[in-house]
Design a binder for this molecule. Structure first.
Ligand SMILES: Nc1ncnc2c1ncn2[C@@H]1O[C@H](COP(=O)(O)OP(=O)(O)O)[C@@H](O)[C@H]1O
Ligand SMILES: [Mg+2]
Length: 258
């Protein structure tokens, strides 16, 4: 399977704490890769390193043949890696559409700065942008909320707005940090459907950090497990469920759902 992103020996220390230690893994094209591990294992730090929010002490994130680990976040997102946050980050006092528009502008601005990363978003008119936003909102089934202020919306809808914003960057890679966190059962189920649809319709390669083991085991092609910053297992869901080290790490936290 062709590799989309290759992570090599990624290491991040915070003072004396080794949040991520010599981590290597690959994300294959079109794959949904699960990233799991106990609280504090270093999962969000991995996303922060892959999106330029943090710089590694050592190691590489190779995307499109280049090590992007030292790039600024806006360049990485303009090149096709988009993310959502564990704690939803939307702009209050603005509508759903207003929250999404800047993602388009960002893409266009940086496309103009470099022919290397020129994309179809280049030279789009405002109206074309709004049409695309409408399409994305329709795909996420949140059209009815387009002109509503985000802060009044149910949590599950806010999550989808965040995913919609990420999709406006026309990503080839999408990193979802605990997309079902804080959602009720129905909302979580709906988000899982959205993720499955994205895989099929957009053929985006994805990494999903998720606490809900049932969700992870049911949607992921492959899973990697972090504990205290180190990779302790990698494999298909069945292998991970039966991995003794993984079971040991999760004992006391929660049982792995069957
Ligand atoms: N910016 C930071 N400064 C200092 N310590 C941090 C920072 N970000 C994360 N950490 C620490 O690094 C470890 C891994 O955190 P994190 O990646 O958020 O874990 P996870 O997402 O797996 O729960 C934790 O011990 C956390 O407290
Ligand atoms: Mg986290």
């Amino acid at each position: 399977m062709p590799v989309e992103i290759q992570v090599n020996g990624l290491t991040k220390h915070f003072g004396g704490l080794k949040a991520v230690s010599n981590l290597s893994f690959e994300l294959n094209k079109g794959e949904l890769l699960g990233l799991i591990g106990p609280n504090g294992a270093g999962k969000t730090t991995v996303f922060n390193l892959m999106t330029g929010l943090l710089k590694p002490n050592s190691g590489q994130v190779v995307f499109k043949g280049k090590n992007i680990a030292d790039w600024a976040p806006h360049l990485i997102s303009a090149c096709g890696i988009a993310r959502t946050f564990q704690n939803i980050k939307l702009m209050v006092g603005m509508t759903v559409r207003e929250n999404i528009r800047p993602a388009f502008h960002q893409k266009i601005n940086y496309s103009m700065m470099s022919s290397l990363i020129r994309t179809p978003a280049f030279l789009k008119t405002e109206r074309e942008m709004d049409e695309e936003i409408d399409q994305i909102l329709d795909m996420l089934q949140i059209t009815e909320f387009t002109d509503q202020y985000v802060e009044g919306l149910p949590y599950g809808i806010q999550r989808r707005v965040e995913i919609a914003r990420a999709l406006c960057l026309e990503p080839v890679v999408l990193l979802l940090d605990e997309p079902t966190a804080g959602l009720n059962h129905k909302e979580a189920k709906d988000i899982v459907e959205v993720i499955k649809d994205l895989l099929i319709e957009k053929n985006i390669s994805m990494i999903v950090i998720e606490h809900n083991m049932r969700v992870i085991m049911s949607i992921c092609d492959r899973i990697i497990v972090l504990n205290q910053g180190q990779l302790i297992a990698s494999g298909i869901p069945e292998e991970i469920q039966q991995n003794n080290e993984v079971i040991r790490v999760y004992l006391g936290e929660k049982r792995i759902a069957g």
